[in-house]
Unconditional design. Structure first.
Length: 201
């Protein structure tokens, strides 16, 4: 869960994968086919001649180099900036505030995610069904959403584990005075791995 568009993530991965696949396939063909070098040499010479002609025909005023080189450098710089911005967005989306209520006449009510984390961790930590639990919060479409992850002991039924967590979530909703959207993720024993349960309210 982060603030980066999932479709954009997959599109970038597919595009990079296709480029690397094409480069690898070309290199493999060049190494394995006896006539590949003889075929590639005249093509590369033609490309070099054409590129040199373009550079000579597009000089930058007052200099001895082509403005095409400036354009290429500018495109590369923009691409690097976009990739850096894309990389810095990874892993974001977390929030430290669970509830922001401005409807009160006496002022604004803010509930930190640590309230839910401490309450759920203490309640679930006392249960023998779980080996460990973690609670975090993310902004999902500008709505704070809890993510509760629990590792079950081997042989614990995911249905029973889900019922225990949901019971504590209902108590948390009563404590906070409103229902909080929750993503529940269970993992652990063999049965839990096979029948992983995920719920989004």
């Amino acid at each position: 869960m982060n603030s980066t568009n999932r479709g954009l993530n997959r599109l970038l991965i597919v595009a990079v994968g296709l480029v690397l696949l094409a480069v690898g396939a070309a290199a493999a063909l060049g190494a394995w086919l006896p006539g590949a070098k003889d075929t590639w040499t005249p093509i590369s010479e033609t490309v070099n001649t054409q590129v040199g002609s373009w550079l000579q025909q597009t000089p930058f005023p007052g200099t001895d180099f082509s403005w095409l080189m400036i354009a290429v450098v500018a495109v590369l710089v923009v691409g690097i900036i976009l990739l850096l911005a894309f990389s810095l967005r990874q892993g974001q989306g977390r929030t430290g505030t669970l509830i922001r209520d401005r409807s009160s006449d006496t002022g604004r009510t803010v509930v930190d995610v640590s309230v839910a984390r401490d309450a759920l961790s203490e309640a679930l930590g006392e249960r023998d069904e779980f080996l460990s639990t973690s609670v975090s919060a993310y902004d999902v479409k500008r709505t704070p959403t809890l993510k509760v992850s629990a590792t079950c002991r081997r042989g614990v039924s995911p249905r029973d584990a889900t019922a225990i967590v949901e019971q504590n979530l209902e108590a948390l909703d009563s404590l906070l005075g409103q229902e909080v959207p929750v993503l529940l993720q269970l993992s652990g024993g063999f049965r839990a791995k096979v029948q992983q349960s995920t719920r989004l309210q």
